[in-house]
Design a protein around this ligand. Structure first.
Ligand code: DGY
Length: 419
């Protein structure tokens, strides 16, 4: 039988479309922003130049305003909806009009630290583009302090309950007829609902109407919410970017200023009634009142605290595998529906980096063991039911394979050592 390492490497190779990697065959036939960053991390374990190629291809589609889009439509595939004609952004190659969690600087730092000499020139070439992207986040999306999203897909945690209050204000009733493709690839009970899709498309149609003016979408668009997940990822990424800049001998004072401003804004997303960081509707000022996995990314930005530690243990001990994407004790919890409950190996890996950095090595090890167990049981699925390990979503998934190679596989050794 082929080893899990071999299987993971073959998934990365098979999903490679020449300079970029699709998240999985069929369901996601294009280049996705944060998936690509994780793919690069995976490639770095066995093909360093290919890892940097992945990041270069992603950053090559940066818009003039600095935004790096969430999907790049290199070759049209009629089996995905909404495709380039729906987004209609006028970019070449065509792209979507929103961004995604900016993990790239953090991953670039990990790849660079793994092989600094061989990576130096590649990292130096990428650096100014990353600075430009982070400046866009700061100037366009942090105008309310923390990071705001203008579409749930931008969060990467598409249909998590965090966005329900913002989604309630979006009118999806006049989007017209369309055919979803995702539910032809994956069990519909594991995907977002039709009413959510109508609203997702309404937000895309608004972007088209205003010519994808990203500042105008913040001011007048149908949806604007503070995202704890992106906020913590961005804060960590600002700090990683500054570290890269210092290694290159650059002046990083501008980047340090972005970090300071973002950290100072964190109290605005601490919801005392919830006892945790929380998403907030920036149109109304109302908190979501939902404990989701985005809150636990606080550890990644050194923003954990004892109250959050207690919340983490509560939601984790309520399931069996890894950290659920939504609170298992919430009425919204659905253990197999995409981001409304399932455990995502890729988010576990990010949280574990943060847990180690904040001194919770024992918890990071537990998370790694549980993630390794899921992948050993079932292979490289997109996400898993955290109560019984049922594999969900797409199979042979790029970022899950990458997470095995870079992080989870050591959990297997730990489990053996403990036995
Ligand atoms: C999808 O198609 O479900 C994607 O997550 C949107 O980016």
């Amino acid at each position: 039988m082929t080893s899990l390492d071999d299987q993971a490497r073959s998934i990365l190779r098979q999903n490679d479309r020449g300079g970029y990697t699709v998240p999985t065959h069929g369901l996601y036939p294009y280049q996705w922003n944060w998936d690509s960053a994780f793919a690069a991390w995976g490639f770095s374990t066995f093909d360093l130049p290919r890892a940097w190629d992945e990041l270069d291809t992603l950053m090559a589609s940066q818009w003039d305003n600095g935004m790096v889009p969430h999907i790049i439509f290199h070759k049209t595939d009629p089996d995905y909806f909404p495709g380039p004609d729906v987004w209609s952004t006028g970019q070449t190659p065509p792209t979507s009009g929103i961004s995604q969690p900016p993990v790239t600087a953090t991953i670039a730092r990990l790849v660079w630290e793994g092989a600094p000499d061989e990576s130096h020139a590649r990292m130096a070439a990428l650096y100014p583009k990353l600075v430009k992207w982070h400046r866009w986040w700061h100037e366009v999306r942090c105008t309310h302090g923390v990071a705001a999203i203008t579409h749930p897909w931008e969060s990467g945690r598409d249909n998590c309950p965090d966005w329900d209050i913002g989604m309630a204000g979006v009118d999806g009733s006049s989007v017209g007829e369309y055919t979803r493709r995702d539910t032809g690839h994956v069990n519909p009970s594991m995907r977002p609902q039709k009413e959510e899709y109508d609203r997702y498309i309404a937000m895309v149609q608004f972007g088209v109407k205003v010519g994808w003016d990203t500042a105008r979408i913040v001011d007048d668009g149908p949806f604007l919410m503070a995202d704890p997940g992106i906020t913590f990822i961005l804060l960590r990424a600002h700090e990683d970017l500054a570290a890269l800049g210092r290694a290159l001998g650059e002046d990083v004072s501008e980047i340090d200023g972005w970090s300071t401003a973002l950290r100072a804004a964190l109290p605005s997303i601490w919801n005392p009634a919830l006892g945790a960081y929380d998403a907030k509707n920036l149109r109304s000022g109302e908190f979501a009142g939902v404990l989701g996995s985005g809150a636990f990314l606080a550890y990644l930005a050194g923003a954990g605290n004892p109250q959050l530690d207690a919340q983490l243990m509560r939601v984790w001990d309520a399931v069996r595998y890894g950290i659920p994407s939504a609170d298992p004790e919430g009425a919204f919890f659905e253990p197999r529906r995409y981001w409304r409950g399932p455990c995502w190996p890729v988010v576990n890996a990010l949280m574990a980096i943060g847990l180690v950095d904040s001194g919770h090595t024992d918890l990071a090890n537990r998370l790694r063991r549980e993630t390794a167990e899921l992948l050993e049981k079932h292979g490289f699925w997109e996400y898993f039911d955290p109560t019984d390990a049922t594999p969900c979503g797409g199979a042979r998934f790029t970022w899950t394979a990458a997470i095995w190679l870079t992080w989870a596989k050591e959990g297997r050794e730990q489990a053996k050592g403990a036995a």
